[in-house]
Design a protein around this ligand. Structure first.
Ligand code: FES
Length: 282
């Protein structure tokens, strides 16, 4: 039998492709979306003030371990009171920096985001069937990208944050009487049940974050993916199906929750600065 030699496709130069259409558009949108969030969240984290308004606490400052050094009036949300002496080390530290590394690390190492920002930020690979900038393959099995495997451990922290943010949503339903600060009413046990637009904003936040976190690929593996047969444990099968269902919408939840975290901080900040007026529904 005669054999016909087949030549391998020629290596493309960077950006060269036979693809038609705007293959670069998803990456451009990813770049713009992530950049907008990075710029805003970095700015917000450096502020150290206006992170709370009455019963509302920004998710970028939650849990609030200590009040920000520049926060002159207590907000009533801090676990341990005023900014401690041992953290006055001459750096522009704020309460946000003490906690943001955990949800930030979880998101940065997320399997979906990795695929997205590898393309959008350093174009390696830039897209399917498009010439790459490097000829060698830099996988995630060697340093530094092997560190991305830490994602499965960040998952445990991220789950704790969902409960903390759900508690913030509950807290956002308890308002001080007219003319009394939240901190004073909280201290005196005078908070009354109510519901404002901010309450709704803070309730949606853990729901979207939960949709994102509980659809995590690592959680899916943990809950059933590592087993040969998930059907042997009925409860395990149900949990696996739930995670799989959220997992199919992981990209959608990733973007919606990212946007909503930023918006929730913005909403609380605008109210705290007196720029927006929070509408009390009851
Ligand atoms: Fe995206 Fe785990 S894979 S959060």
């Amino acid at each position: 039998m005669s054999r016909t030699p087949i030549s391998l496709p020629q290596q493309r130069s960077f950006g060269q492709t036979m693809r038609k259409g705007a293959w670069w558009l998803p990456s451009l949108l990813t770049f713009l979306g992530l950049m907008a969030f990075i710029v805003y969240s970095t700015w917000a984290a450096f502020q150290g003030v206006n992170y709370a308004f009455g019963p509302y606490l920004s998710p970028m400052y939650s849990p609030l371990l200590w009040e920000g050094a520049g926060q002159l009036v207590p907000t009533g949300h801090a676990w341990f009171g005023a900014w401690p002496e041992f953290l006055k080390i001459g750096l522009p530290l704020t309460p946000a920096f003490l906690i943001l590394w955990a949800p930030g690390g979880f998101r940065f190492t997320c399997y979906y985001y990795r695929g997205a920002y590898y393309k959008a930020f350093w174009a390696d690979p830039i897209s399917c069937a498009v010439g790459e900038p490097r000829k060698s393959y830099w996988g995630e099995r060697t340093f530094p990208l092997i560190i991305q495997n830490i994602h499965r451990y960040f998952l445990y922290l991220a789950v704790i944050f969902i409960f903390l943010l759900a508690f913030d949503a509950w807290t956002a339903m308890w308002f001080p009487p007219e003319g009394v600060t939240y901190a004073a009413a909280h201290e005196a046990g005078q908070l009354k049940f109510g519901f404002g637009i901010g309450t709704l904003v803070l309730i949606i936040n853990p729901i979207l974050l939960g949709g994102y976190t509980f659809g995590c690929h690592s959680l899916r593996h943990l809950i059933g993916g590592r087993k040969d047969r998930v059907t042997t444990a009925p409860m395990g099968k149900k949990a696996y199906d739930c995670v799989s269902c959220l997992n199919r919408k992981h990209m959608l939840f990733a973007w919606m929750s990212l946007f909503w975290v930023g918006f929730t901080d913005f909403y609380v900040r605008m109210c705290a600065m007196g720029t927006w007026h929070d509408l009390r529904l009851f």
